[in-house]
Design a protein around this ligand. Structure first.
Ligand SMILES: N[C@@H](CCC(=O)N[C@@H](CS)C(=O)NCC(=O)O)C(=O)O
Length: 254
């Protein structure tokens, strides 16, 4: 029996980019299914019962496996497809423990601050909601302290967990990419005022898998801007993803 192509149900915020980046690092072929969650497409009965009861993207379908949470997706790809593409998790238990530690640092120290900035400065304006600038200021200050620790660490090794690019690095680039698009004073400087952090980010940005991710991610962002339609509360996933098929075709070989 012919293997079914993997499907990534995907929106525009950074966690979707994380999943796409993982798929490209592993050189895996996949179909991109665009989900306009702002228009309610991740809240249809079909989506909630078939894909993710929490109504969020990304969701990966690989055969009979349906997986949500972007970091569970990248970890699965790293383990299940260990021998293809970039090796994202070391075999040695101690080395892998350091990768896990930096993944936890991302989840507990870096991401809560970076994602608040993204929510306040990107998502809320996109949804027509007001930005809370007090929260922006507080989060910038706290993130600056966290990034001082990154700056010191990246003075000791090229990547967070040592000399090779791993899942720990991969998870950071999508939110950083969003931060670097922000016009708000001082946000880009959180990265660019730190030479070691800047060198790390630039190395990751030049990876072929990231360049492919950016092409797809930017295309999805354009679709989100063009396609504002009323909520369809119970439309089957396939019906609302016609445009995604085109997206996949346009970007498939890039
Ligand atoms: N922790 C999740 C976050 C996913 C997430 O926040 N997805 C958003 C943006 S693309 C979403 O689907 N939001 C819809 C909602 O929360 O209603 C992950 O890493 O996958």
């Amino acid at each position: 029996m012919e293997d079914q192509k993997m499907k990534l149900h995907c929106g525009f915020i950074f966690s979707n980019w994380t999943a796409m980046f993982g798929l490209h690092e592993k050189s895996l072929d996949f179909e991109l299914v665009f989900v306009d969650w702002v228009a309610g497409e991740a809240r249809t009965k079909t989506f909630l019962s078939n894909l993710n009861p929490f109504g969020q993207v990304p969701v990966l379908e690989d055969g009979d496996l349906k997986l949500f949470e972007s970091k569970a997706i990248t970890r699965y790809l790293a383990e299940q497809y260990k021998d293809v593409g970039t090796d994202l998790l070391p075999n040695d238990a101690k080395e892998r423990a350091i990768v896990s530690m930096w993944m936890e640092i991302d989840t507990n120290q870096f991401l809560p601050l970076a994602s608040t900035l993204i929510r306040e400065l990107v998502t809320k304006p996109y949804q027509g909601l007001a930005t809370d600038f007090t929260s922006v200021q507080e989060n910038k200050e706290k993130l600056s302290e966290v990034l001082n620790i990154y700056e010191a660490r990246l003075g000791e090794s090229c990547y967070l967990a040592g000399e090779s690019f791993t899942l720990a690095d991969l998870h950071h680039l999508p939110p950083i990419h969003y931060m670097l698009k922000m016009e708000e004073e001082g946000v880009k400087d959180l990265i660019y005022s730190r030479p070691n952090v800047t060198a790390w980010v630039e190395k990751m940005q030049s990876r072929p898998a990231w360049l492919k991710t950016v092409v797809k991610g930017d295309h999805i962002f354009e679709l989100m801007k063009q396609r504002r339609m009323p909520m369809q509360l119970d439309s089957p996933c396939q019906e609302v993803t016609g445009l995604a098929q085109k997206t996949a075709m346009v970007t498939e070989n890039t």
